[in-house]
Design a protein. Sequence first.
Length: 91
Amino acid sequence: MQTATVFGIFWGCVIIVSGMIQNVGMQNVVDLYGKDPAQAGTVWMTIDSVLGGLAGSNEAIGGIWILLLSWAALRKGEFSRVLNYLGVVSV
């Protein structure tokens, strides 16, 4: 269960960081667009690439968290067995 907790906390941090990067990046692009639209597009493509990388790892981390949590709950007899098996199979 401790490993699942670590993955859950890490997943939450990645989600928050992704949102912060997007918010700050969007504001920078909006500010830059008035001066140089082409460069604003380039900056946005860069930010979007970073967000794409984080979002992809975000889903992998979340999937590992669901798997570990469901497996630990199944071993300890927590929650319903159907719910736990659904968590294990859904990954």
